[in-house]
Design a protein. Structure first.
Length: 192
């Protein structure tokens, strides 16, 4: 399904959410401008693997459903291409990086004290991971880049985009909207 609003010439972030809880798999992408205003929204109908599919695919079922059926279809269907794709699931970062036509990053909250200044970055022990101070008051955010591309200059470019967007929006909030939208869609279709 699709919702597209054209805002040509604006900078956009793309958010990806793929869920496989309770044996039902679904996904959504939301592309917003740097103010958080939606430019494109795509989602999948819920997928419930049959007993036979569970047996035949075994432990590869989750990967197949999340990466090949859901992620590739929704990211590929987006008409408004973002400068940066954002996910919050570690398992999606590498596949998103391969599938997307733009940079991809994992973005997560932290409970650390703010860094000294907006735009400050601090390398973490995990390869490709950094803390960035996206705004002047919030806790820093943790970004993780796909490992082959996890060079510091790439992290600085991503951090600059996120700091610019954070001046006019809450960077993590679109995930909440996507979750609510998927729940509302499930209610419309009579799911439990």
């Amino acid at each position: 399904m699709t919702v597209v609003v054209s805002h040509s010439g604006t900078k956009n972030l793309g958010y990806v959410l793929v869920d496989g809880s309770e044996g039902v798999f679904r996904g959504a992408v939301l592309v917003t401008d740097f103010r958080g205003i939606p430019a494109d929204f795509r989602y999948t109908d819920p997928l419930r693997p049959s007993r036979i599919e569970k047996i035949l695919y075994g432990s590869a079922l989750d990967v197949y459903l999340k990466e090949e059926l859901i992620l590739e279809s929704i990211v590929g269907a987006v008409e408004v291409q973002p400068l940066l794709w954002v996910c919050r699931d570690t398992d999606l970062l590498e596949p998103l990086s391969r599938t997307a036509k733009a940079k991809a990053v994992l973005l997560a909250p932290t409970n650390r004290a703010p860094l000294d200044a907006t735009g400050d970055m601090e390398k973490q022990n995990d390869p490709g991971s950094y803390l960035i101070q996206a705004d002047s008051v919030s806790a820093p955010l943790r970004i993780s880049l796909p490992l082959p591309k996890s060079k510091e200059e790439e992290a600085k470019a991503v951090a600059a985009m996120l700091v610019e967007a954070a001046a006019t929006m809450d960077l993590l909030e679109p995930f909440s909207r996507m979750g609510k939208a998927l729940a509302a869609l499930g209610e419309e279709h009579g799911e439990q």
